[in-house]
Every structure is written in C-alpha cells, then in structure tokens.
Design a protein around this ligand. Sequence first.
Ligand SMILES: Nc1ncnc2c1ncn2[C@@H]1O[C@H](COP(=O)(O)OP(=O)(O)OP(=O)(O)O)[C@@H](O)[C@H]1O
Length: 277
Amino acid sequence: MTALPYSYKSPLLTLDHVSMRYGNDLVLRDLNAQVLDVVRPGLSQGQVVGIYGRSGIGKSVLCRLLAGLAAPSAGAVLVGEAQEPVRAGMVGYVQQRYPLFNHYSLRDNLLLAARRHHEAAEAKARVEHYLGRFGLAAHAGKYPAHLSGGQRQRAAIAQQLLCSEHLILLDEPFSGLDVAMIDEVKQLIIEVTTLDELNTVLIVSHDIATTTALADRLWLLAPESSPDTGQLLPGATLSPRHQYNLAQLGLAWHPDVEREPEFAQFVAELKNEIRES
Ligand SMILES: Nc1ncnc2c1ncn2[C@@H]1O[C@H](COP(=O)(O)OP(=O)(O)OP(=O)(O)O)[C@@H](O)[C@H]1O
C-alpha cells in the first residue's frame, strides 16, 4: 500500500446542506460534501467519486439533483470552478437507458451533443477526436441499435462529455456487461479522467470492488442516528465517516490496486458497512 503524493486545489462540486423531500417523505437529509480538484506532481488527474447505498436509499434522487434535473427542497448543488448552482445540461448524465437517438448515426448523435457548446467546425473536430479516442471511428456510421453494449456505453460517455462541462455522472456503468467489457469501460473511465480537459466522474454502482478500484473518493448514502437519542433520523445522508478519501488511505491511482491485500480488506469492510447501514 503506497500513499501517492497529492494536494487539492479549488472545489469542483459542492453539496451544500442539500435535502430532498417528496410530500412528507424526507429522502435525503442535509447532505454536505465536496469534490476538490486534485493536483499530483507531474500528472493531470481528474476525480472519480464512487456513490454507494442500499437499494431505495436515494441514489437516483441524488443523481437527479447532481444533474440539475430536479431542484433540492433545501440547500444547493454547486458545480464548476465558478461554483454556480447546477442547471440541466451542465453535468453529463449517462443513465442505464442510453440517451442516444436511434434514428441518427453514432457520428450524428455526437455532433448533436457537441453543437450545444461549439461552432460547427469545432464540433466536428471534437467529435472526430472523441471517435478516435474511444475506439469508435470504425462504427461512426452505424445506428445505436447496431452497436454492441460496450460500444453504446462508450458512445454514451463520449456524448455526455461532448455536451457537459467536465462533470459526468454514470449510473450503473458496469451492469449487464461481460468481464471483458467491464475492463474496457474501466479503462475508458481512466482515460476520461486523464483527458486534456480533466474530467470529474461520479459513478453510482452496486459493483463495489470495480468502482472502488477506479475511485479516489467514496460517498456512502445511509441513514444516521441522532447523537442525542440514538434513534434513526429520517432520510439518508452522507455522514463524514461515510466519506472516504482513498488517496489518504493509500488506495487511489494504483494500476493493480485490486490485487493488493489492503484493498480487499477495505472492500470487505465497506461491504459490511453497507450491509449494516
Ligand atoms: N418523484 C418521486 N416522488 C416520490 N417519491 C420518490 C420520487 N422519486 C423517488 N422517490 C422515493 O425516493 C426513495 C429513493 O429512491 P431512489 O430511486 O433514489 O433509490 P435508489 O437508491 O436509486 O435505489 P436502487 O438502488 O434500487 O435503484 C424511494 O423511496 C422512492 O420511492
């Protein structure tokens, strides 16, 4: 286990006293967390945050807030170097249902996304760059229905990177993929975080080992007990003890971290924590 040197710069994403309520049902309670721009000596490295929690705890609700698709009942989600309140379109959201248009070719899908931020010539150049970078150039003329699951996943990530502001949210990116495709998507996520424009990737997943191996920070959504009464408080939150800094723990950015005994032990403890939450 080696803790690699790093330091933090400005915040890229802030959850500032975020709560979400539907009628009388408090789903998320007072979430406070931050993703900071990390600086590693001689290296460019984006952030990867793994978001975990039991089924039904509020991960999808949190995703909608992070993506600006719903407004929190209280508090604010702030994004980017300017730390402005998130609006729809600022954070790319790759859902399990891929948002590609079936009647457009892959290239045209990507062009449509890139045109939201760029002039025609610049959009075209960016699309060609991403097609090459993501190994999709040979499939650019195909319609989404004619792509494999892994190719569609790569295309959806490229699409969201082209139209968002360096922050993307991946909802269960490994589900339904075979082992080779999981490796492919893992590699892609590493590439995305080391692209020239340094992206932050948030991954919501039940695949704890795969996601933890990629992440440098983890958030576990869970209920919390009142320090006064010991009774469970309504709604799920991100308590400080459920925000893990893997860089500090010496488990971030190791190429083969899954083979390290400390990693296996950490994942086992984390799974227990999730089970008991
Ligand atoms: N629009 C809504 N109106 C009322 N309740 C909602 C709404 N959206 C979500 N909820 C409730 O919020 C809670 C959290 O749901 P959510 O879908 O975020 O869970 P999850 O953690 O993503 O679960 P899973 O891992 O099973 O996908 C559930 O009790 C759900 O019924």
